[in-house]
Design a protein around this ligand. Structure first.
Ligand code: NOJ
Length: 609
């Protein structure tokens, strides 16, 4: 949540009702209502619509050469595991050459592999072996900024007249004598000049950095070693699209676009409104209206989609889209035109922002957002995600401290049983906890150093994958791993959980297998049930002809809850239930949809006959 809050996401609750939407009318112009699309079974076999996309942080997944850092050959070695788990595609966090200030999100060459992760030949092997395992490779493309060591920036920073002078966002700044400057601006004076406005870097300090050679400031939304590219310059777009083409030619399945809403800034460089108070880095909280989600970005994305669409094989564009609401999310699909990203991430369902003192595990909030993303995106494909390398792991965000495993199963149930494409993060499937460094001197993520102790950085969710109860958890032969192996590895690891029938890992595997084999889960529509129930989230996946619908119910409270699932209005007449999966054995024999007792935090999945 710490990363989220810095991007100033304002969750806006708008009422939605999905259950009533099974009987809709055609729109006046003959188009089909997006609601209807959501509730109707689809036979669309486009791979990414049914996919499980698994994020790998390459430093932390598997070390193959004993240097204590994960690498590409390590990922290749683990393809059997990924295939068995049910992974359709892996998104690999940036593995391009980089000074690693932001662990790869500061790219110094977009068309090469960082030697610490391997070689281009290793990447070729991973793509080919991935294909043999039905695991596609999605690369992480950092469009907003490069490293300050990228050749483009070195050239750009050298003078005001070089051919790349305009590739980044440069500004003269203002004389310190200018009236009306904010105190914040004055703090960053160089040679009598101050930044042109009050913009703050997400990672702390002014977003403007002085370069004596140009006697100008450049803008950086993130670290100062990550200068923002100037996307108003067509040469930048061309260079970036060419780099993407390089990888598409090599056979990658698509891209996850890093921080993509931040490509453009206000041309007038207006001060951003202050929201009051200071953030964890001690900077004023701003409403980032002039540096985030500017409309100009959509033109770039439409051209990018057209470029990528020229390649065969359903290549996909996934967006890192922290947005305030579902209406904004729809714009990233291209609305009714469907001509932008295929899969902008919905960060509302998986990263709810509860009021202080209340639980994020709230059936009404999940119902609200899942309904919205089914009905407000013009029939596009939702993408749900609960975990990534920037946020405290979901197992720690949603636990009540007592029912951790049951709650993790419940989150996985939601992730894999709605109509959405599912995205997860290495280690979530075994319940790896967030292991935040206890001492400042152990922190590797720079924001954890500058923000300590209020902001301890993102190391906690990036610790090495826990494969076995043996040395270094099977991650590396080197005892000096780049981040320490958390103590939890003795119990929480792939090997141990594989052999434990009730483990979280086996829950994931069964859910994924069911999602593939069961027609309703694979391609059915979705209708919310019992919409007034404050504690139990329930819905039905409507079935294609000839197969049985499936009901899903999760109890989000610490008390047992009795439910009677009301299928009226769904067109489903069956009343007999057959349990397909449950996280509590008491539900195994259930045969009815009436008076079903769900123990605390239980998940129940049943077909309706
Ligand atoms: C979002 C990435 O997920 C995060 O890890 C990174 O620090 C920023 N973008 C900057 O690239």
């Amino acid at each position: 949540m710490r990363f989220l809050s810095s991007l100033a996401v304002a969750a806006c609750l708008v009422s939605a009702s999905l259950g009533a939407q099974i009987a809709h009318k055609a729109l006046p112009n003959g188009a089909v209502s997006p609601d209807k699309l959501a509730a109707t079974p689809s036979h669309d076999e486009t791979w990414w619509k049914h996919a499980f996309v698994y994020e790998i942080y390459p430093r932390s997944f598997q070390d193959s050469n004993g240097d204590g850092i994960g690498d590409l050959n390590g990922i290749t070695q683990r393809l059997d595991y990924l295939q068995k788990l049910g992974v359709d595609a892996i998104w690999i966090a940036p593995m391009f050459p980089s000074p690693q200030v932001d662990f790869g999100y500061d790219v110094s060459d977009y068309v090469a592999v960082d030697p610490q992760y391997g070689t281009m030949a290793d990447m070729g092997k991973l793509i080919a072996q991935g294909k043999a395992h039905n695991v596609r490779i999605v690369l992480d493309f950092v469009l907003n900024h490069t490293s300050d060591k990228h050749q483009w920036f070195l050239e750009s920073a050298a003078s005001r007249t070089n051919p790349k002078a305009d590739w980044y966002v440069w500004n003269d700044g203002l004389p310190v004598s200018t009236s009306g400057l904010t105190d914040y601006q004055k703090k960053y004076e160089h040679e009598g000049m101050v930044p042109p406005n009050n913009w703050v870097s997400v990672f702390g300090g002014s977003a403007w950095e002085w370069v004596p050679a140009r006697k100008q400031f450049y803008y950086h939304k993130f670290y100062k070693q990550q200068p923002d590219l100037n996307w108003r310059n067509p040469a930048v777009e061309k260079a970036m699209f060419d780099s993407m083409g390089f990888w598409l030619d090599k056979g990658v399945a698509g891209f996850r676009l890093d921080a993509v809403p931040t490509l453009f800034e206000d041309t007038k460089l207006r001060n951003e409104p202050e929201k009051g108070g200071l953030n964890a880095q001690g900077d004023p909280n701003l409403n980032t209206i002039y540096t985030d989600n500017l409309p100009e970005v959509h033109g770039v994305i439409r051209r990018m989609r057209a470029m990528v669409s020229k390649y065969p094989g359903d290549r996909v564009l996934i967006g890192e889209t922290y947005l305030p609401n579902t209406v904004e999310l729809d714009k990233w699909y291209g609305g009714a035109q469907h001509n932008e990203l295929q899969l902008p991430m919905d960060m509302l369902v998986g990263f709810p922002r509860p009021k202080k003192g209340t639980s994020p595990l709230n059936a009404a909030v999940f119902r609200q957002y899942i309904s919205e993303v089914e009905t407000q995106i013009h029939g596009s494909q939702p993408l749900l995600v609960f975990d990534n390398h920037d946020n405290v792991r979901s197992i720690d965000r949603f636990t009540d401290g007592k029912h951790t495993n049951q709650i993790a199963k419940l989150i996985a149930t939601m992730l894999f049983t709605t109509r959405a494409t599912a995205m997860s993060y290495y280690g979530a499937e075994i319940g790896m906890p967030t292991t935040t460094p206890a001492r400042k001197e152990d922190v590797k993520d720079p924001i954890g150093i500058t923000g300590w102790p209020k902001e301890k950085g993102r190391d906690g969710e990036r610790t090495p994958m826990q494969w076995t109860p043996g040395p270094q958890a099977g991650f590396s032969t080197n005892s000096n791993t780049w981040l320490p192996i958390p103590k939890s590895y003795k119990k929480i690891n792939v090997q141990t959980e594989t052999g434990a029938p009730d483990s979280l890992l086996n829950w994931y595997m069964q859910l994924l297998a069911l999602r593939r084999s069961n027609a309703a889960l694979h391609e059915g529509g979705i209708v919310m049930l019992n919409k007034d129930n404050a504690d139990v989230l329930s819905y039905v996946r409507t079935a294609p002809a000839g197969s049985a619908p499936v009901v899903i119910a999760v109890n989000m409270s610490a008390q047992p809850r009795t439910i009677t699932l009301d299928l009226s209005g769904t067109g489903i007449t069956g009343q007999t239930a057959k349990t397909l999966m449950t996280s509590d054995p008491s539900l195994q024999p259930v045969t009815s949809l009436t008076n079903v007792v769900l123990p605390p935090y239980t998940s129940w999945i049943a077909s309706v006959q």
